[in-house]
Design a protein around this ligand. Structure first.
Ligand code: PHE
Ligand code: NA
Length: 448
């Protein structure tokens, strides 16, 4: 146990977990899903999901990790039994699959950074067709994904203390600053208010099952929940840390960044006359347009900073996705960290290739006959999203019926004297025992 490593102090864990949370889903996925699902209504349902389901699940997940001081599989077997271990193992596998495509999208941001900085991307006549031609180039994307995964693996191979903590310290504030700057800019554009209206004034006639499902899966994904990533990080947290406090910070930080990303993008979308329902390409179409309008020099500086920071935001998320399976092999199979990390990186890189080819390079992966002719990226994102909500549901059942609520109380009491008498405790226990398993169960079944 002694040499598993630990986060230093309260801040180490909070920063790493916040880094894991804040990522591509805040700036890439949230705006395009909100755009496809009616804007403001989506925002409201998303926020409801965060506070009704995600926050309690997050606390439960971190608490399990800290109580067990073990990887996700080990935690379920230690506090439960071998059968429950399958839930942990499912999470480990999901982590590998998510990273295989997440890393590819992170590669796009890196590629766009290079293109803006060195290749005059901002002089393109048509950003939409440029984006689609960019993602269809197999070799460029393989190179970008390779570089990104290499950096991730390097950080994880150096262990929890050196690699993972350090990568998280400087990047978050920089991201916040550039976001706020771009919001101010976008709000001043002609037609901006239409975007603000779309984003903040709900039209409830637009709600349907798809809206609710998209919001639910995004809320789990954005907070890195349900697959044991935060459980793994929780296993490195000191017993004197207040987990409720830490979870609130992680949740708020992530939610605020997503909210701000929407506030930046929708005024731009409307002022540029782009459709908000553009889909995954949204950020990559709208943002270059705006940097272009800033003029050649400023546009280049702000534009390359934007895509670089997006890549930076994705890095700690990738790191946490790799640490999840790495911890499993290190703890359970007693293999050395270096070996585990680099082997996993190779497997994940290879798994990412169909995703890369699915963006136009290969007909087979671009139109999956068994999946409504959708592409492989959509396929893998869809199946892994289900694993998050199902994983969250099973985790609540585990806490309520196997580990028991009293043990959760005991764990949360540490580092938080007033916990037993607090309203927070009632809310968390009620959510974990009743609200989450029932609602997540129903919704997961509906999706399947
Ligand atoms: N939360 C990350 C994001 O918002 C993605 C992620 C999901 C990271 C699951 C780890 C585990 O981009
Ligand atoms: Na997020």
């Amino acid at each position: 146990m002694a040499n598993r490593g630990n986060f230093t102090g309260k801040l180490g864990f909070i920063l790493a977990a916040t880094g894991s949370a804040i990522g591509l889903s805040n700036i890439w996925r949230f705006p395009y899903l909100a755009g496809q699902n009616g804007g403001a209504v989506f925002l409201i349902i998303y926020l409801a999901c965060i506070f009704l389901f995600c926050f309690p699940v997050m606390i439960g997940e971190i608490a399990i990790g800290r109580a067990a001081t073990s990887d996700a599989y080990g935690a379920y077997t230690k506090l439960g039994n071998k059968r429950w271990g399958w839930v942990g193992l499912g999470g480990v596998i999901s982590g590998i699959l998510i990273l295989s495509y997440y890393n590819v999208v992170a590669g796009w941001t890196l590629g766009y950074f290079i293109e803006v900085c060195f290749n005059n991307l901002l002089q393109q006549p048509d950003y939409k067709s440029h984006f689609f031609s960019f993602i269809s180039k197999a070799s460029t994307n393989i190179a970008c994904a390779f570089i990104f995964l290499f950096i991730t693996a390097f950080a994880v191979s150096r262990g929890i203390h050196h690699g993972i903590e350090r990568a998280n310290r400087i990047l978050m504030p920089a991201l916040l600053v550039i976001l706020i700057g771009l919001i101010a800019y976008s709000l001043m554009l002609p037609g901006a208010m239409q975007g603000v209206k779309f984003y903040l004034i709900p039209d409830f006639s637009k709600v349907n099952a798809q809206t609710i499902y998209d919001a639910l899966r995004l809320s789990f994904f954005t907070l890195s929940l349900g697959i044991g990533g935060l459980m793994t990080y929780g296993s490195y947290v000191s017993k004197t840390d207040n987990l409720i406090y830490a979870s609130s910070i992680i949740t708020w930080a992530d939610t605020i960044i997503a909210f701000l990303a929407g506030l930046m993008i929708f005024p731009l979308v409307f002022s540029a006359g782009v459709s908000p329902a553009e889909g995954p390409a949204l950020v990559f179409i709208v943002m270059p347009e705006i940097f272009h309008n800033m003029g050649p020099v400023i546009g280049k500086v702000v534009g390359s900073a934007f895509f670089l920071l997006l890549a930076f935001a994705a890095l700690p998320s990738c790191i946490s996705l790799l640490e999840l399976p790495a911890a499993y092999f290190i703890d359970q199979k007693k293999l050395p960290r270096q070996v585990v990390v680099w082997l996993l990186a190779i497997v994940i890189f290879l798994l990412g290739i169909p995703t890369i080819l699915s963006q136009g390079a290969s007909e087979t992966f671009t139109k999956l006959s068994f999946y409504k002719n959708k592409d492989f990226l959509t396929f893998i994102a869809d199946i892994t999203d289900v694993s998050l909500t199902v994983g969250g549901c099973l985790m609540c059942l585990f806490i309520a019926h196997r580990w028991k609520i009293a043990k959760l109380d005991q764990e949360l009491k540490q580092g938080n004297e007033h916990y037993m008498k607090s309203v927070t405790r009632k809310y968390i226990n009620f959510s974990i025992v009743y609200v989450c398993p029932v609602m997540l169960g129903i919704l997961s079944v509906l999706i399947l």
